[in-house]
Structure formats: C-alpha cells, structure tokens
Design a protein around this ligand. Structure first.
Ligand code: SF4
Length: 336
C-alpha cells in the first residue's frame, strides 16, 4: 500500500472568546474539532461544506499559516507541527496555496514578473535572468503569454488572475497544492477552464491537491475522494463516485440535492436545510447537525456520532448507521 503524502490526525483549532477590559477567556470557538484524514500522492481530496465549517481553517493549519491547538500533520514523512519556523519555511516550497481571490494576494504595485519571481528569490534563485526565464515559462504553462510579465494585476480579468495565482503556486515546484475555493469568484464558463487547467497541471507536474469548496458540484470532477465538513468536523468521507451516487449523511444528501443536474428530464427533489448554521461558539449538543436534520432521533441530541467505515473507503458520522448506535438507541429507550 502506498504511504500517504499527507496524514492529518486529531487536528483541532479552538479560538478563545475574550470579554471585558482584562480580556478574560470566557469560552472558545471550536473552528476545527478533531479532524483526521489522509491524501495519497497524485490524488485530489475535495473538502466541502458551508462557510464557517472549518474547511479553510484546516487548509491554513496544514501550511501552519495558523497554529493548530492540537493534532498532528505529517507531510512526506515529516511532522510539520514540530518543525522550527526556519525548517517550516523550507518545507513551504513543497506545499503551496491557491486562494479564492487572487487579486487580494497579488501586490497591485508589482509587475507579474516581480510577483512570480519572488518565490524563486526566496528559495535561492539569485540570477534575475534565470528568474525571468522561469516566469516566462510558467506564464505559458498556465495559458498566458510572456508579454504579460510586464503588466500589473489590475490589467487582468478574474480568470487570468487565477491563472497567475496558480503559476505563482507552481514556481517552487511543490508536491502539494491547497486550493481554497479557487473558482468560487469566477463565472461558470471560466470556472471550467480553470478546473481543466488544474487537472492538466496535476498530470504534468505529478501534483497532489486538496481542493476546498462550498459546493459539491464544483469538486465532483476534480476529486478522487471527498470529505464533507459540518461545524468543524468531518461528517462523511468517501471515494467521489460513491459519495455522489450513495450519500449516507443527511447533510451530504441535502448538499447534493442542491447541485444542478444537466439532464432536463431528470427531476430531483431538493432537500431544504432548515435554519442557519448554529453559532460555533455555542454548538448544539450530541450531533451538531441535529437542529437541522429531518432524521433526528433522541440519541442525536446527547451522543456525538463517530466516523465509522460503512464500506471500503466510505465513512460516515451519523447515528442512523452502525451497530453501536442501534444499541445506544435501545439504551436511550430503556430496553437494554
Ligand atoms: Fe441526523 Fe442524528 Fe444522523 Fe445527526 S446523527 S445526522 S441528527 S440522524
């Protein structure tokens, strides 16, 4: 069996809630609460959920742009959580991020040549000629032209700016790219172009992706496996095909029912999610989805469902499934 390129175990990020003049800690927001997953070399793991579910916080912790409260991130055999700041900086050339809004992350006063050349300079490419050559090469790889190197970020369309964001991520020859909602701000037609580009680059450069999105429709074609997050936890994880044909968790079923189907003869009933996402500073007890779930049972309000593997590679955290939960239900009803 191949060893995963990335393995995450028990990852948590709790933000303290402070009050008063003295800034006393009065509680905590569990933005990411005990998340574990792996990504094999060359595959794409989609991470999906509504805003505030902890998917972007998870992505940022993998690069240590945010320090985890607890947990372990193992990348290419190294425990990233125990690396010194200097060693982590070196490792960052192997892990790069692509952001939702490339404009916000591209310095408006710098030319594209300077922006794309910067990561090379940081990683020791001292010769300006060499940097320019590589910038030109990568502009062409992402479907732009060498003359674009002299332009500024505001002179590009949203799709072109995302191509620049992708080129910048590729400059240091990374192994893993964490793409945080990379196409959410783009028109649908441009989304497809950027997704196709990312798929081509994955093959060409043997890349591994973590693709974060709020929409199951977007990650469908690019992901080998998909993890669905709700209020800081993974509630279901599966091979892409299984998840889309046989979603188990009521939350996944609701998200999937909202994905448009291209066939006009196919009638699909949308499962409407009642209410808003609960306040993460005061999450519901038991299964945190119980306030919005149409299958809610008594046990759901008191016992936290654990991720259980139902079939090879397909795990779900829901009391509707598994032996243990059935016993728990009987216990709750007083018949055991
Ligand atoms: Fe719904 Fe209960 Fe399953 Fe949570 S554990 S998703 S409330 S059935």
């Amino acid at each position: 069996m191949t060893k995963p390129l990335l393995r995450v175990e028990g990852l948590k990020k709790y933000f303290p809630i402070k009050k008063g003049l003295l800034g006393r800690t009065v509680g905590q927001v569990k933005a990411v609460d005990d998340v574990s997953f792996y990504v094999n070399k060359g595959e794409t793991l989609g991470i999906v959920g509504e805003s505030g579910c902890g998917k972007s916080t998870t992505g940022r912790m993998l690069m240590r742009l945010l320090e985890p409260t607890e947990g372990k991130v193992e990348f290419d055999g190294k425990d990233l959580t125990s690396l010194s700041v200097g060693d982590m900086r070196k490792t960052r050339s192997d892990i790069q991020m692509v952001f939702q809004d490339p404009y916000a992350s591209l310095n408006p006063r710098h030319t594209i040549e300077k922006i794309l050349g910067e990561p090379l300079l940081v990683h020791g490419v001292k010769s300006a000629k060499e940097r320019r050559k590589k910038v030109h090469e990568f502009l062409e790889i992402v479907g732009l032209s060498t003359f674009h190197a002299r332009r500024y970020p505001h002179q590009f369309s949203g799709g072109q700016r995302q191509r620049i964001g992708i080129a910048r991520a590729l400059m240091t020859n990374p192994k893993l790219i964490i793409a945080d909602e990379p196409v959410s701000a783009l028109d649908v037609s441009i989304q497809a172009q950027v997704l196709n580009l990312m798929q081509d680059l994955q093959k060409e450069f043997d890349l591994t992706y973590i693709f974060i999105a709020h929409d199951l429709g977007v990650v469908r074609h690019i992901s080998d496996r998909v993890a669905v997050m709700y209020l800081g936890k993974i509630v279901e994880v599966s091979y892409s095909e299984d998840l889309y044909t046989n979603p188990l968790h009521p939350y996944t079923q609701a998200l999937l029912s909202a994905v448009p189907v291209p066939d006009p003869d196919f009638e699909k009933k949308e499962i409407l999610l009642e209410g808003d996402i609960p306040n993460p500073a005061d999450p519901p007890t038991g299964c945190t989805f119980h306030t919005r779930c149409s299958h809610m049972m008594d046990i759901c309000t008191v016992a936290i469902p654990q991720l259980q593997e139902m079939e090879e590679g397909h795990s779900v955290a829901c009391h509707l499934y598994g032996e243990i939960s059935n016993n728990d239900i009987k216990k709750m009803e007083g018949s055991l």
